[in-house]
Design a protein around this ligand. Structure first.
Ligand code: LFR
Length: 460
Protein backbone atom coordinates (compact mmCIF):
# COMPACT_ATOMS: atom_id res chain seq x y z
CA UNK A 1 0.00 0.00 0.00
CA UNK A 2 1.22 3.48 -0.82
CA UNK A 3 0.52 6.69 1.12
CA UNK A 4 -1.35 9.54 -0.51
CA UNK A 5 -3.17 12.76 0.38
CA UNK A 6 -6.74 13.60 -0.62
CA UNK A 7 -8.89 16.70 -0.12
CA UNK A 8 -12.50 16.47 1.07
CA UNK A 9 -14.69 19.54 0.68
CA UNK A 10 -17.56 19.09 3.15
CA UNK A 11 -20.29 21.73 3.34
CA UNK A 12 -22.72 21.71 6.23
CA UNK A 13 -25.73 23.90 6.91
CA UNK A 14 -23.79 26.29 9.16
CA UNK A 15 -20.15 25.87 8.06
CA UNK A 16 -17.91 24.36 5.43
CA UNK A 17 -14.50 22.76 5.77
CA UNK A 18 -11.72 21.39 3.66
CA UNK A 19 -10.12 18.33 5.20
CA UNK A 20 -6.92 16.68 4.03
CA UNK A 21 -6.73 12.94 4.63
CA UNK A 22 -3.45 11.07 4.47
CA UNK A 23 -3.97 7.36 3.86
CA UNK A 24 -1.82 4.31 3.40
CA UNK A 25 -0.03 1.53 5.30
CA UNK A 26 -3.06 1.15 7.60
CA UNK A 27 -2.95 4.82 8.57
CA UNK A 28 -5.66 7.42 8.14
CA UNK A 29 -4.91 10.90 9.42
CA UNK A 30 -7.14 13.91 9.09
CA UNK A 31 -6.26 17.58 9.10
CA UNK A 32 -8.92 20.27 8.84
CA UNK A 33 -6.99 22.83 6.79
CA UNK A 34 -9.78 25.41 6.43
CA UNK A 35 -13.14 26.19 8.02
CA UNK A 36 -15.49 28.86 6.80
CA UNK A 37 -18.99 29.99 7.78
CA UNK A 38 -22.10 29.19 5.79
CA UNK A 39 -24.53 32.04 6.45
CA UNK A 40 -27.83 31.98 4.58
CA UNK A 41 -29.08 35.31 3.24
CA UNK A 42 -32.71 36.41 3.19
CA UNK A 43 -33.29 38.78 0.31
CA UNK A 44 -36.48 39.73 -1.52
CA UNK A 45 -38.38 37.61 1.00
CA UNK A 46 -36.52 34.43 0.02
CA UNK A 47 -33.90 32.54 2.02
CA UNK A 48 -30.82 31.78 -0.15
CA UNK A 49 -27.48 30.06 0.20
CA UNK A 50 -24.50 32.34 -0.35
CA UNK A 51 -23.04 30.01 -2.93
CA UNK A 52 -20.22 32.30 -4.07
CA UNK A 53 -18.90 32.63 -0.56
CA UNK A 54 -18.97 28.83 -0.28
CA UNK A 55 -17.07 28.62 -3.55
CA UNK A 56 -14.49 31.08 -2.21
CA UNK A 57 -14.15 29.03 0.98
CA UNK A 58 -13.62 25.88 -1.06
CA UNK A 59 -10.95 27.48 -3.28
CA UNK A 60 -9.15 28.96 -0.29
CA UNK A 61 -9.24 25.54 1.41
CA UNK A 62 -7.93 23.74 -1.65
CA UNK A 63 -5.06 26.22 -1.85
CA UNK A 64 -4.21 25.54 1.80
CA UNK A 65 -4.48 21.79 1.18
CA UNK A 66 -1.56 21.90 -1.27
CA UNK A 67 -0.90 19.07 -3.75
CA UNK A 68 -3.35 16.16 -3.39
CA UNK A 69 -4.12 13.02 -5.38
CA UNK A 70 -7.74 14.06 -5.86
CA UNK A 71 -10.59 16.25 -4.60
CA UNK A 72 -14.11 15.18 -3.53
CA UNK A 73 -17.08 17.41 -2.66
CA UNK A 74 -20.12 16.71 -0.48
CA UNK A 75 -22.87 18.89 1.00
CA UNK A 76 -26.38 18.78 2.37
CA UNK A 77 -28.92 17.39 -0.08
CA UNK A 78 -31.89 18.53 -2.23
CA UNK A 79 -30.82 22.11 -3.07
CA UNK A 80 -29.65 23.11 -6.53
CA UNK A 81 -28.59 25.89 -8.87
CA UNK A 82 -29.85 26.38 -12.41
CA UNK A 83 -27.38 27.29 -15.15
CA UNK A 84 -28.19 28.75 -18.56
CA UNK A 85 -26.87 27.79 -22.00
CA UNK A 86 -23.70 29.83 -21.45
CA UNK A 87 -23.04 28.07 -18.13
CA UNK A 88 -23.97 31.12 -16.03
CA UNK A 89 -25.75 30.58 -12.72
CA UNK A 90 -29.36 31.79 -12.79
CA UNK A 91 -29.85 33.19 -9.29
CA UNK A 92 -28.62 32.03 -5.91
CA UNK A 93 -29.72 28.56 -4.83
CA UNK A 94 -32.74 28.75 -2.54
CA UNK A 95 -32.38 27.34 0.99
CA UNK A 96 -34.43 24.24 1.77
CA UNK A 97 -35.83 26.00 4.85
CA UNK A 98 -37.42 28.69 2.66
CA UNK A 99 -41.21 28.83 2.75
CA UNK A 100 -41.71 28.56 -1.03
CA UNK A 101 -42.60 24.88 -0.77
CA UNK A 102 -45.20 25.30 1.99
CA UNK A 103 -48.30 23.25 1.16
CA UNK A 104 -46.95 21.81 -2.11
CA UNK A 105 -46.30 18.23 -0.98
CA UNK A 106 -49.91 18.00 0.24
CA UNK A 107 -51.27 19.01 -3.17
CA UNK A 108 -49.21 16.43 -5.06
CA UNK A 109 -50.22 12.80 -4.96
CA UNK A 110 -48.29 9.92 -3.48
CA UNK A 111 -44.83 9.55 -5.06
CA UNK A 112 -43.59 6.85 -2.63
CA UNK A 113 -44.16 3.82 -4.88
CA UNK A 114 -41.81 5.38 -7.47
CA UNK A 115 -39.22 7.34 -5.49
CA UNK A 116 -39.43 5.61 -2.08
CA UNK A 117 -38.72 8.92 -0.34
CA UNK A 118 -39.87 10.34 2.95
CA UNK A 119 -42.16 13.31 2.24
CA UNK A 120 -40.18 16.32 3.38
CA UNK A 121 -41.60 19.65 2.26
CA UNK A 122 -38.28 20.65 0.74
CA UNK A 123 -37.55 17.66 -1.49
CA UNK A 124 -36.21 18.97 -4.81
CA UNK A 125 -39.32 17.77 -6.61
CA UNK A 126 -41.50 20.15 -4.56
CA UNK A 127 -38.98 22.98 -4.93
CA UNK A 128 -39.19 22.53 -8.71
CA UNK A 129 -42.97 22.65 -8.66
CA UNK A 130 -42.62 25.97 -6.81
CA UNK A 131 -39.97 27.18 -9.31
CA UNK A 132 -41.83 26.01 -12.44
CA UNK A 133 -43.49 29.38 -13.23
CA UNK A 134 -40.31 31.48 -12.76
CA UNK A 135 -38.29 32.99 -15.62
CA UNK A 136 -35.12 31.32 -14.29
CA UNK A 137 -36.67 27.88 -14.54
CA UNK A 138 -37.76 28.55 -18.10
CA UNK A 139 -34.37 29.95 -19.14
CA UNK A 140 -32.38 27.13 -17.53
CA UNK A 141 -30.31 24.60 -19.43
CA UNK A 142 -29.25 22.35 -16.51
CA UNK A 143 -30.04 21.73 -12.88
CA UNK A 144 -27.00 21.07 -10.71
CA UNK A 145 -27.24 19.95 -7.08
CA UNK A 146 -24.94 21.98 -4.81
CA UNK A 147 -21.86 19.66 -4.89
CA UNK A 148 -22.37 19.11 -8.62
CA UNK A 149 -22.51 22.88 -9.14
CA UNK A 150 -19.23 23.38 -7.27
CA UNK A 151 -17.67 20.48 -9.22
CA UNK A 152 -18.88 22.13 -12.43
CA UNK A 153 -17.10 25.33 -11.48
CA UNK A 154 -13.93 23.36 -10.80
CA UNK A 155 -14.02 21.15 -13.90
CA UNK A 156 -16.53 22.45 -16.46
CA UNK A 157 -18.29 19.06 -16.38
CA UNK A 158 -21.96 18.55 -15.57
CA UNK A 159 -23.57 15.51 -13.98
CA UNK A 160 -25.80 14.37 -11.13
CA UNK A 161 -24.06 12.27 -8.50
CA UNK A 162 -26.26 9.32 -7.64
CA UNK A 163 -26.54 9.44 -3.83
CA UNK A 164 -27.56 13.10 -3.87
CA UNK A 165 -29.79 12.65 -6.93
CA UNK A 166 -31.63 10.02 -4.88
CA UNK A 167 -32.81 12.79 -2.52
CA UNK A 168 -34.48 14.84 -5.24
CA UNK A 169 -37.62 12.71 -5.43
CA UNK A 170 -37.13 12.44 -9.20
CA UNK A 171 -35.10 9.22 -9.23
CA UNK A 172 -36.79 5.85 -9.57
CA UNK A 173 -35.79 3.91 -6.43
CA UNK A 174 -35.73 0.62 -8.36
CA UNK A 175 -34.01 1.51 -11.65
CA UNK A 176 -31.79 4.18 -9.97
CA UNK A 177 -32.33 6.42 -13.03
CA UNK A 178 -34.41 9.59 -13.45
CA UNK A 179 -38.08 8.62 -13.53
CA UNK A 180 -39.40 10.01 -16.81
CA UNK A 181 -42.98 9.09 -15.90
CA UNK A 182 -42.88 10.98 -12.60
CA UNK A 183 -41.17 13.96 -14.25
CA UNK A 184 -43.78 14.23 -17.01
CA UNK A 185 -46.65 13.55 -14.58
CA UNK A 186 -45.59 16.70 -12.67
CA UNK A 187 -44.99 18.65 -15.88
CA UNK A 188 -41.31 19.15 -15.01
CA UNK A 189 -38.45 19.41 -17.51
CA UNK A 190 -36.54 16.16 -17.98
CA UNK A 191 -34.00 18.01 -20.15
CA UNK A 192 -32.74 19.90 -17.08
CA UNK A 193 -31.47 16.75 -15.42
CA UNK A 194 -27.90 15.76 -16.28
CA UNK A 195 -26.74 12.15 -16.62
CA UNK A 196 -26.34 10.27 -13.34
CA UNK A 197 -22.76 9.55 -12.24
CA UNK A 198 -21.57 7.29 -9.44
CA UNK A 199 -19.14 7.57 -6.52
CA UNK A 200 -15.62 6.73 -7.63
CA UNK A 201 -15.93 8.19 -11.13
CA UNK A 202 -13.57 10.96 -12.21
CA UNK A 203 -15.66 14.07 -12.95
CA UNK A 204 -12.89 16.17 -14.50
CA UNK A 205 -9.79 18.13 -13.51
CA UNK A 206 -9.12 21.24 -11.42
CA UNK A 207 -5.71 22.69 -12.29
CA UNK A 208 -4.59 19.18 -13.23
CA UNK A 209 -5.94 17.44 -10.10
CA UNK A 210 -8.78 14.93 -10.59
CA UNK A 211 -12.13 15.81 -9.03
CA UNK A 212 -13.70 12.49 -8.07
CA UNK A 213 -17.40 11.84 -7.45
CA UNK A 214 -17.90 10.72 -3.85
CA UNK A 215 -21.10 10.13 -1.90
CA UNK A 216 -21.83 13.82 -2.56
CA UNK A 217 -24.84 13.74 -0.24
CA UNK A 218 -23.14 14.37 3.11
CA UNK A 219 -25.27 11.70 4.79
CA UNK A 220 -24.16 9.09 2.23
CA UNK A 221 -20.52 9.89 2.98
CA UNK A 222 -21.19 9.89 6.74
CA UNK A 223 -22.58 6.37 6.51
CA UNK A 224 -19.48 5.15 4.69
CA UNK A 225 -17.59 6.57 7.69
CA UNK A 226 -19.65 4.60 10.27
CA UNK A 227 -17.14 2.28 11.99
CA UNK A 228 -19.52 -0.68 12.06
CA UNK A 229 -18.71 -4.36 11.83
CA UNK A 230 -21.35 -6.66 10.35
CA UNK A 231 -24.93 -5.63 9.60
CA UNK A 232 -26.76 -5.61 12.96
CA UNK A 233 -26.31 -1.91 13.63
CA UNK A 234 -28.39 1.23 13.38
CA UNK A 235 -26.73 4.56 12.68
CA UNK A 236 -27.45 8.12 13.64
CA UNK A 237 -25.66 10.78 11.65
CA UNK A 238 -26.16 13.60 14.09
CA UNK A 239 -25.56 17.24 13.25
CA UNK A 240 -28.09 19.88 12.22
CA UNK A 241 -30.26 16.85 11.36
CA UNK A 242 -30.24 13.40 12.89
CA UNK A 243 -30.47 10.85 10.12
CA UNK A 244 -31.53 7.66 11.84
CA UNK A 245 -31.76 4.26 10.20
CA UNK A 246 -30.24 1.15 8.71
CA UNK A 247 -28.17 0.13 5.73
CA UNK A 248 -30.10 -2.31 3.54
CA UNK A 249 -29.62 -4.06 0.19
CA UNK A 250 -33.15 -3.39 -1.06
CA UNK A 251 -35.71 -0.62 -0.48
CA UNK A 252 -38.69 -1.06 1.85
CA UNK A 253 -41.75 0.33 0.06
CA UNK A 254 -44.58 -1.03 2.20
CA UNK A 255 -47.60 1.07 3.21
CA UNK A 256 -46.42 0.94 6.81
CA UNK A 257 -43.04 2.33 5.78
CA UNK A 258 -44.67 5.14 3.83
CA UNK A 259 -47.00 5.92 6.73
CA UNK A 260 -44.01 6.09 9.10
CA UNK A 261 -42.36 8.46 6.58
CA UNK A 262 -39.19 6.39 6.17
CA UNK A 263 -36.94 7.14 3.23
CA UNK A 264 -34.97 4.89 0.89
CA UNK A 265 -32.04 7.01 -0.22
CA UNK A 266 -29.25 5.70 -2.43
CA UNK A 267 -25.99 4.83 -0.70
CA UNK A 268 -22.43 4.23 -1.81
CA UNK A 269 -21.90 0.78 -3.38
CA UNK A 270 -25.58 0.42 -4.30
CA UNK A 271 -26.78 0.17 -0.70
CA UNK A 272 -30.08 1.64 0.46
CA UNK A 273 -30.02 4.20 3.26
CA UNK A 274 -33.25 3.33 4.97
CA UNK A 275 -33.74 6.19 7.39
CA UNK A 276 -35.84 8.95 8.78
CA UNK A 277 -34.94 12.63 9.09
CA UNK A 278 -35.21 13.57 12.75
CA UNK A 279 -34.97 17.30 13.57
CA UNK A 280 -31.47 16.85 15.05
CA UNK A 281 -29.47 19.54 16.83
CA UNK A 282 -31.13 22.31 14.80
CA UNK A 283 -33.39 23.53 17.64
CA UNK A 284 -30.38 23.72 20.00
CA UNK A 285 -28.24 25.45 17.35
CA UNK A 286 -31.00 28.01 16.81
CA UNK A 287 -31.36 28.63 20.56
CA UNK A 288 -27.59 29.07 20.91
CA UNK A 289 -27.65 31.59 18.06
CA UNK A 290 -30.53 33.49 19.72
CA UNK A 291 -28.73 33.42 23.06
CA UNK A 292 -25.56 34.97 21.58
CA UNK A 293 -23.50 31.73 21.54
CA UNK A 294 -23.00 30.96 25.26
CA UNK A 295 -20.54 28.20 26.24
CA UNK A 296 -22.06 24.90 25.12
CA UNK A 297 -20.06 22.64 27.48
CA UNK A 298 -21.27 24.72 30.44
CA UNK A 299 -24.87 24.62 29.27
CA UNK A 300 -24.65 20.85 28.81
CA UNK A 301 -23.25 20.38 32.33
CA UNK A 302 -26.20 22.33 33.72
CA UNK A 303 -28.66 20.46 31.52
CA UNK A 304 -27.28 17.14 32.81
CA UNK A 305 -28.30 18.19 36.35
CA UNK A 306 -31.86 19.05 35.32
CA UNK A 307 -34.59 16.50 36.13
CA UNK A 308 -34.88 13.83 33.42
CA UNK A 309 -37.79 13.86 30.97
CA UNK A 310 -39.61 16.68 32.77
CA UNK A 311 -40.51 18.45 29.52
CA UNK A 312 -40.66 16.75 26.14
CA UNK A 313 -41.94 17.74 22.71
CA UNK A 314 -42.39 16.02 19.40
CA UNK A 315 -39.28 17.49 17.81
CA UNK A 316 -40.39 16.26 14.39
CA UNK A 317 -43.29 18.68 14.39
CA UNK A 318 -42.83 20.90 11.29
CA UNK A 319 -43.38 23.90 13.54
CA UNK A 320 -39.65 23.63 14.42
CA UNK A 321 -38.43 23.65 10.80
CA UNK A 322 -37.96 27.37 9.97
CA UNK A 323 -35.30 29.59 11.54
CA UNK A 324 -36.11 32.24 14.18
CA UNK A 325 -37.69 32.38 17.66
CA UNK A 326 -36.91 28.75 18.45
CA UNK A 327 -37.03 29.36 22.19
CA UNK A 328 -40.56 30.77 21.91
CA UNK A 329 -41.77 27.79 19.91
CA UNK A 330 -40.20 25.34 22.37
CA UNK A 331 -41.74 27.11 25.36
CA UNK A 332 -45.20 26.92 23.82
CA UNK A 333 -44.97 23.35 22.55
CA UNK A 334 -43.39 21.95 25.74
CA UNK A 335 -45.59 23.99 28.09
CA UNK A 336 -42.50 25.28 29.88
CA UNK A 337 -43.15 27.42 32.96
CA UNK A 338 -42.27 31.10 32.56
CA UNK A 339 -39.35 30.70 34.98
CA UNK A 340 -37.69 27.89 33.00
CA UNK A 341 -34.17 28.91 32.04
CA UNK A 342 -31.70 27.92 29.35
CA UNK A 343 -30.59 24.70 31.06
CA UNK A 344 -34.21 23.49 31.24
CA UNK A 345 -34.76 24.33 27.58
CA UNK A 346 -31.54 22.55 26.60
CA UNK A 347 -32.54 19.46 28.59
CA UNK A 348 -35.97 19.53 26.97
CA UNK A 349 -34.37 19.57 23.50
CA UNK A 350 -31.95 16.72 24.28
CA UNK A 351 -34.54 14.50 26.00
CA UNK A 352 -36.88 15.10 23.07
CA UNK A 353 -34.16 14.36 20.52
CA UNK A 354 -33.24 11.11 22.29
CA UNK A 355 -36.93 10.16 22.23
CA UNK A 356 -37.26 10.89 18.51
CA UNK A 357 -34.09 8.88 17.82
CA UNK A 358 -35.42 5.97 19.89
CA UNK A 359 -38.61 5.95 17.90
CA UNK A 360 -36.77 5.96 14.55
CA UNK A 361 -34.35 3.18 15.61
CA UNK A 362 -37.29 1.02 16.73
CA UNK A 363 -39.44 1.71 13.70
CA UNK A 364 -36.59 1.06 11.27
CA UNK A 365 -36.19 -2.41 12.76
CA UNK A 366 -39.91 -3.19 12.74
CA UNK A 367 -40.43 -1.97 9.19
CA UNK A 368 -37.39 -3.70 7.70
CA UNK A 369 -37.35 -6.89 9.78
CA UNK A 370 -33.66 -6.29 10.64
CA UNK A 371 -32.76 -6.40 14.34
CA UNK A 372 -29.83 -4.40 15.67
CA UNK A 373 -27.62 -4.80 18.73
CA UNK A 374 -25.98 -1.37 18.78
CA UNK A 375 -26.32 2.18 17.55
CA UNK A 376 -23.45 4.05 15.89
CA UNK A 377 -23.70 7.79 16.39
CA UNK A 378 -21.42 9.82 14.10
CA UNK A 379 -21.00 13.51 13.31
CA UNK A 380 -20.80 16.56 15.56
CA UNK A 381 -23.42 15.11 17.95
CA UNK A 382 -20.86 12.47 19.01
CA UNK A 383 -19.13 15.22 21.03
CA UNK A 384 -22.30 15.79 23.06
CA UNK A 385 -21.87 13.29 25.91
CA UNK A 386 -25.26 14.01 27.42
CA UNK A 387 -27.02 13.35 24.13
CA UNK A 388 -25.04 10.13 23.54
CA UNK A 389 -25.92 8.81 27.01
CA UNK A 390 -29.58 9.80 26.68
CA UNK A 391 -29.72 8.09 23.28
CA UNK A 392 -28.29 4.87 24.74
CA UNK A 393 -30.83 5.06 27.60
CA UNK A 394 -33.74 5.81 25.27
CA UNK A 395 -32.89 3.08 22.76
CA UNK A 396 -31.95 0.54 25.43
CA UNK A 397 -28.86 -0.23 23.32
CA UNK A 398 -25.15 0.61 23.52
CA UNK A 399 -24.24 3.74 21.59
CA UNK A 400 -20.83 3.84 19.90
CA UNK A 401 -20.08 7.51 19.41
CA UNK A 402 -17.69 8.78 16.73
CA UNK A 403 -16.03 9.64 14.55
CA UNK A 404 -17.07 13.28 14.57
CA UNK A 405 -15.70 13.69 11.06
CA UNK A 406 -17.49 10.66 9.57
CA UNK A 407 -18.62 12.64 6.53
CA UNK A 408 -15.14 13.84 5.60
CA UNK A 409 -13.83 10.31 6.22
CA UNK A 410 -16.44 8.75 3.92
CA UNK A 411 -15.64 11.32 1.27
CA UNK A 412 -11.87 10.64 1.55
CA UNK A 413 -12.21 6.85 1.63
CA UNK A 414 -14.19 6.73 -1.60
CA UNK A 415 -11.50 8.85 -3.27
CA UNK A 416 -8.73 6.69 -1.84
CA UNK A 417 -10.41 3.58 -3.16
CA UNK A 418 -10.80 5.15 -6.60
CA UNK A 419 -7.05 5.85 -6.54
CA UNK A 420 -6.26 2.25 -5.50
CA UNK A 421 -4.86 3.31 -2.11
CA UNK A 422 -7.64 1.45 -0.25
CA UNK A 423 -9.00 -1.85 -1.49
CA UNK A 424 -12.34 -3.55 -0.91
CA UNK A 425 -15.90 -2.65 -0.08
CA UNK A 426 -17.66 -0.80 2.72
CA UNK A 427 -16.43 -3.40 5.23
CA UNK A 428 -12.80 -2.66 4.45
CA UNK A 429 -13.30 1.10 4.54
CA UNK A 430 -15.13 0.83 7.88
CA UNK A 431 -12.42 -1.40 9.35
CA UNK A 432 -9.91 1.35 8.60
CA UNK A 433 -12.12 3.93 10.36
CA UNK A 434 -12.52 1.57 13.34
CA UNK A 435 -8.80 1.02 13.67
CA UNK A 436 -7.77 4.65 13.32
CA UNK A 437 -10.48 6.86 14.88
CA UNK A 438 -11.65 7.53 18.43
CA UNK A 439 -14.92 5.81 19.37
CA UNK A 440 -16.59 6.12 22.80
CA UNK A 441 -19.02 3.51 24.10
CA UNK A 442 -22.12 4.46 26.17
CA UNK A 443 -24.03 1.68 27.92
CA UNK A 444 -27.82 2.02 28.38
CA UNK A 445 -28.83 2.78 31.98
CA UNK A 446 -32.33 1.36 31.82
CA UNK A 447 -35.65 2.84 32.94
CA UNK A 448 -37.61 1.80 29.90
CA UNK A 449 -40.89 2.67 31.65
CA UNK A 450 -39.87 6.31 32.04
CA UNK A 451 -38.95 6.57 28.35
CA UNK A 452 -42.17 4.89 27.34
CA UNK A 453 -44.22 7.31 29.43
CA UNK A 454 -42.31 10.27 28.01
CA UNK A 455 -42.86 9.01 24.47
CA UNK A 456 -46.59 8.96 25.15
CA UNK A 457 -46.44 12.51 26.53
CA UNK A 458 -44.56 13.73 23.45
CA UNK A 459 -47.37 12.31 21.34
CA UNK A 460 -45.37 9.25 20.22
C1 LFR B 1 -27.95 16.52 6.36
C2 LFR B 1 -28.86 16.56 5.15
C3 LFR B 1 -29.98 15.56 5.22
C4 LFR B 1 -30.96 16.18 4.30
C5 LFR B 1 -30.89 17.61 4.76
C6 LFR B 1 -31.36 18.64 3.79
O1 LFR B 1 -26.96 17.48 6.27
O2 LFR B 1 -28.13 16.35 3.96
O3 LFR B 1 -29.61 14.24 4.85
O4 LFR B 1 -32.25 15.65 4.37
O5 LFR B 1 -29.52 17.80 5.07
O6 LFR B 1 -30.63 18.63 2.62
Amino acid sequence: MTTAAFAAVDLGASSGRVVVGRLGDGKLELEVVHRFPNEPVRVGGTLHWDILSLYRGMIEGLRKAGPVTSIGIDSWAVDYGLIDASGALLGNPVHYRDARTDGIAGRIGDLYPVNGLQTLPFNTVYQLVAARPTPQYQAARSLLLVPDLLAYWLTGQIGAEYTNASTTGLLDVRTREWSSSLISQLDLRADLLPPVRHPGEVIGYHEGTPVVAVGSHDTASAIVGVPAEGTDFAYISCGTWSLVGLELDEPVLSDASRAANFTNEGGVDSTIRYLRNVMGLWPLQECLREWGSPSLPELLREAADEPALAYVVDLDDPVFMPPGDMEGRLRTMAGLPAGAGRATITRCILDSLALAQRRAVRQAQELSGRDVSKVHLVGGGALNELLCQLTADACGLPVLAGPVEATALGNLLVQARAAGVVEGGLDAMRALVRETQRIVRYEPRGDEAAWQAAAARAGR
